[in-house]
Design a protein around this ligand. Structure first.
Ligand SMILES: *[C@@H]1O[C@H](CO)[C@@H](O)[C@H](O)[C@H]1NC(C)=O
Ligand SMILES: *[C@@H]1O[C@H](CO)[C@@H](O)[C@H](O)[C@H]1NC(C)=O
Ligand SMILES: *[C@@H]1O[C@H](CO)[C@@H](O)[C@H](O)[C@H]1NC(C)=O
Ligand SMILES: *[C@@H]1O[C@H](CO)[C@@H](O)[C@H](O)[C@H]1NC(C)=O
Ligand SMILES: *[C@@H]1O[C@H](CO)[C@@H](O)[C@H](O)[C@H]1NC(C)=O
Ligand SMILES: *[C@@H]1O[C@H](CO)[C@@H](O)[C@H](O)[C@H]1NC(C)=O
Ligand SMILES: *[C@@H]1O[C@H](CO)[C@@H](O)[C@H](O)[C@H]1NC(C)=O
Ligand SMILES: *[C@@H]1O[C@H](CO)[C@@H](O)[C@H](O)[C@H]1NC(C)=O
Ligand SMILES: *[C@@H]1O[C@H](CO)[C@@H](O)[C@H](O)[C@H]1NC(C)=O
Length: 507
């Protein structure tokens, strides 16, 4: 068994904790043997009553492997909240949490906070058809709102006394193969779905991680683990022989119970099914077109049981990345966080794309940097180029990029003395992203190295690090405007200068 070695690469568990008494030495999460109760929340992946793998679900295995009492509250079909991604199924916020509180209230379950761990695995229904993927949200909900909702589950339970949490992030959903199936039979562009669901899963997981990292500061004594389901399933799919053990050829593209439908056929029809039987079933990663197989569930259970019952020393070797509480910011750092004093800034150095390029004014007039330098009486040093993306290594365009052109041009200019700027008196701005996100880049997947929104955003943050190393100290990061409201991208968009081929305007 290659569990210990594998887990380091597969599932990085991030245990964040904060204690008022000793912020510098956060405790490492529950001690071995400390946890006796296992309270589960989520959707069909975790529901033990309406089973999604036609066998035994992972929470039952995990409770068995780690000798825990299971208190299951997950419901098939669940979204996080009906106020964001409404569905005709119970939701975590409106049903699962109230059911748990009712059960605690009438004493039908008794769980001591010290001895109890709470898990949440949710998102598949929030990200999928009829919600974020195809539209059907309310209150203009985005991936950010839906992710906030899942992190809110920790806040709510914490207030009631809960202290130990395991947050299971979202699977690589885009890996599931696509034909009309019981979950969707209407016409669709499978490439576009695949691209968008990948962006949603990857960016939602990254947003969750960042939100979880800041959470312990406001929740003293909480132990929060991030279980990386995304990496675990990628590893199952990349190295199936390490995980799948059935008697049929290993199968990561099909399903134990695979049913093909005709386009637009009713999803309540049975479809044309191919079923694997008996020990053949353990050769499959997926049970059906959406759900993990029982053997994949055993793997999830084994990894979760290990996370809960292995000793902290072992975890720090193999399983965990620890983070420090954000409250540990020193007073000096905090003072610096107020930004430059009035009158301090004399130079404005601008980076970006056509929104900021002053040599080729795309607004057929005067661009904002010229106005801003005028209004603030600053010297302008413009380095933005029309058409720029952040990096040619992620979203290549036939135009100069920030990393490969703009920064080198700035360093050449400071190097030969043609511009001289004192760090204290200079502010650097970056407004980038429109070209990284648009047609010919992320929107149509013309990227390199499988780049996602997360990589492109990391690149923009890297601009700060690069300038900092050269001495720069004041930065203004301009985020991306609501592009969905720009005429090019709006649902009533027409053929224009930037795109004149057929497209689905809602997607
Ligand atoms: C579910 O599993 C049982 C055996 O455990 C099998 O008889 C049945 O056909 C399976 N159902 C489906 C839909 O795969
Ligand atoms: C306690 O509340 C739960 C959840 O509402 C319910 O299922 C259970 O039947 C109740 N038990 C008792 C003893 O009242
Ligand atoms: C959703 O956004 C639109 C503009 O795109 C706005 O008119 C509307 O009021 C918003 N609705 C809610 C519920 O926030
Ligand atoms: C499907 O979507 C992809 C990615 O957006 C696009 O390149 C392709 O042209 C689309 N196919 C059809 C038939 O619309
Ligand atoms: C595969 O391994 C699991 C343990 O992870 C075991 O329960 C199962 O019976 C095995 N399946 C087969 C077909 O041997
Ligand atoms: C995988 O399973 C599907 C049924 O879902 C089947 O059509 C396909 O041939 C299988 N592939 C392999 C490599 O066995
Ligand atoms: C650009 O502005 C000039 C006047 O400043 C005007 O004559 C010209 O028509 C404008 N061009 C476009 C394409 O709007
Ligand atoms: C300094 O380098 C910049 C950027 O390469 C160039 O545009 C400029 O002409 C150079 N100036 C001198 C004085 O060499
Ligand atoms: C991109 O991802 C695919 C699998 O989705 C993989 O086969 C390929 O090697 C990846 N390419 C790079 C450059 O990482």
């Amino acid at each position: 068994m290659r569990l210990a070695a594998a887990f380091a690469t597969v599932a990085s568990l991030l245990l964040a904790s904060y204690s008022w008494a000793a912020p510098a030495a956060p405790s490492l999460g529950p001690r071995p043997g400390q946890i006796k109760n296992f309270v589960t929340f989520g959707d069909s992946y975790t529901d033990v009553t309406v089973v999604s793998n036609n066998g035994t679900q992972w929470p039952v295995y995990a409770a068995g492997y780690a000798h825990l009492n299971l208190f299951p509250f997950a419901h098939s079909g669940a979204p996080c909240s009906q106020l964001l991604t409404p569905r005709p199924f119970p939701a975590v916020v409106q049903n699962e949490l109230p059911e748990y509180f009712a059960a605690v209230g009438n004493r039908s379950i008794r769980v001591n906070p010290e001895e109890t761990i709470y898990t949440l695995w949710i998102g598949t229904n929030d990200l999928g058809p009829n919600t974020l993927l195809t539209g059907g949200v309310v209150n203009n909900a985005t991936i950010v709102d839906v992710t906030k909702c899942t992190v809110g589950w920790i806040n709510t339970l914490y207030k009631s006394g809960a202290r130990n949490f395991l947050y299971q992030n979202r699977l690589p959903l885009y890996a599931v193969d696509s034909y009309p199936n019981r979950f969707w039979t209407a016409e669709r562009n499978t490439t576009a779905w695949n691209l968008f669901i990948n962006e949603l899963a990857v960016s939602g997981n990254e947003i969750a991680k960042l939100m979880l990292q800041t959470l312990p500061a406001s929740l003293p004594g909480a132990h929060i683990g991030l279980f990386d389901s995304h990496s675990l399933f990628n590893d199952i799919l990349d190295n199936p022989s390490q995980y799948l053990n059935g008697t049929a050829p290993l199968n990561i593209t099909g399903a134990v119970h695979a049913c093909r439908f005709k386009t637009d056929e009713s999803t309540s029809d049975p479809g044309e099914c191919t079923d694997a039987e008996g020990t053949d079933r353990d050769s499959f990663a997926w049970y059906d077109e959406l759900h993990p197989s029982e053997q994949s569930d055993r793997v999830v259970a084994r990894e979760i049981a290990n996370v809960i019952s292995v000793s902290p020393e072992m975890r720090s070797m193999n399983l965990l990345t620890f983070i420090r509480s954000v409250l540990a910011i020193s007073p000096r750092t905090r003072a610096a966080a107020h930004g430059p004093k009035p009158g301090q800034i004399k130079n404005l150095v601008t980076f970006g794309d056509s929104y900021t390029d002053v040599a080729k004014p795309r607004n057929n007039g005067t661009q904002w940097p010229v106005y801003a330098a005028g209004y603030a009486h600053a010297n302008l040093f413009p380095f933005a180029h029309s058409g720029a993306a952040c990096s040619d290594l992620l979203t290549p365009t036939p135009f100069p990029s920030v990393m490969q052109n703009e920064l080198p041009e700035y360093f050449a200019a400071t190097g030969n003395g043609s511009i001289k700027v004192k760090p204290d008196e200079t502010i650097y701005t970056l407004w980038i992203g429109t070209n990284d996100l648009g047609p010919h880049t992320l929107l149509n997947d013309e990227v390199l190295h499988n780049a996602t929104i997360v990589d492109v955003t990391k690149c923009a943050i890297g601009w700060i690090k690069t300038l900092y190393k050269s001495g720069a100290r004041n930065f203004l990061y301009q985020n991306i405007i609501p592009l969905q409201r720009v005429p090019l991208y709006s649902v009533d968009g027409y053929w224009n200068h930037y795109w004149n081929q057929p497209r689905n305007r809602t997607e």
